[in-house]
Ligand binder design. Sequence first.
Ligand SMILES: Nc1ncnc2c1ncn2[C@@H]1O[C@H](COP(=O)(O)OP(=O)(O)OP(=O)(O)O)[C@@H](O)[C@H]1O
Ligand SMILES: [Mg+2]
Length: 459
Amino acid sequence: MTSEKPSILIVEDEAKLRRLLELQLSDEGFAVRSAGDAEAALRLLGQESFDIVVTDFKLPGMSGLEFLQAAKRTNADLPVVIMTAYGTVETAVEAMKAGASDYVLKPFSLAELVLVVRKEMAARQLREENRTLREALGHRYQYANIIAESERMQAVLALVERVATTNATVLLGGESGVGKDLIARAIHEHSRRSSGPFIKINSTAIPENLLESELFGYEKGAFSGATSSKPGKFELADKGTLFLDEIGDVPPAIQVKLLRVLQDREFERLGGTKTLKVDVRLIAATNRDLRAALEEGTFREDLYYRLNVVAIDIPPLRDHKEDIPALANFFAKKCAAESGQPPQEFTPQALQKLSDFHWPGNVRELENVIARTLTFSSGTQINAGDIHLDSQPQRPAGEGAPILPPGMTLEQWEEEMIREALRRANGNKSQAARSLGLSRNALRYRLSKMGVPDPPEKE
Ligand SMILES: Nc1ncnc2c1ncn2[C@@H]1O[C@H](COP(=O)(O)OP(=O)(O)OP(=O)(O)O)[C@@H](O)[C@H]1O
Ligand SMILES: [Mg+2]
């Protein structure tokens, strides 16, 4: 974004409200244009460039959904914020699915609208900067306690760096043991809130009936046993960061309450009447596919969209194996320092063995394997034979034995085999396809399904 005023297009058929928004948003420092119907708005979108569109969802001549889609066709990155009067969150959710970035429910205050608009513009700027950063990956991100040699992990850190300085809610995704806790802390430590508290709460570790009071606190007498009052995690995290681990397991009754805190930044203690306001940055993490939970109806869509302002997906270790040698050395050094032993080195064969494994438990499993290996090996070198892996990458035999390596789905296993074949064939697709008993086209089809861009052929 330049130092010029950010430009905003308001689409609202009700003249009075339109005028009011124009005036007030100009006061807020926006360059404002407005339109009274979808057609005029689309004309303006074709002629000028805007940073953001704020539109009524009920317009004459065209449905809100149709307008949204048409506006997105002029620029797919354009943030569109919906104003909807129906008071039903369903309409808003429908709009979010069709590509709206956020919504306000009428009647709303100007402050609320401005907040949403500024947040959207910040998120857009973040996306743009991140893209440029990735393109110019000349700069490498370095964190003392995070190994990130691979491009995949560099991209994660680029995003961490960008998002840290904002107040945007972050949703961390990734399998167990990939480093979600680590990344959540890194975001906090690189934010302006770093001198404030970092509070973590894990919803699966707390029984449902206690979770609410843990989060929001309680007043004396709120329930039998509440002999004094107690602040909740939200209060404790004031001016800092609240890390909500395993968000996918939060029960529906508490999801509603979280939604309210995210929307209004306010809540009451259990049994309390005073409304409390807090300044908290929220980071949520999940090792489940929240989209599937949405479909099953176990996770609220409106909450999902509020949490998913910035999503950071941390890849499983088997997808950034380039990091394994550095990780292994990092953990070996850490162990040596803790036990006061001289550092040991891995032989190339040992590193190869580590790299060949598929690591269903990800980085945590690697860390455990290294720690165990070092406990039982003396000498200055660690050989392949010193390393004992929990499960074997080969197909286990025998009745009752699991057919797939533990922790892997059939799809992941297939992907792993394809990657391995390509590795062994040095990137030569025809050769890899032959070794898998596939035609070259069948392999290409599977690669595209995996989201692997057609790599340049190495013959
Ligand atoms: N890139 C990395 N560099 C160094 N250490 C790492 C890295 N990723 C993970 N670790 C270490 O691996 C261990 C597991 O990471 P962490 O606890 O953050 O995983 P998680 O994704 O939160 O797992 P879970 O889903 O089980 O909560 C930690 O000790 C962490 O410090
Ligand atoms: Mg964790």
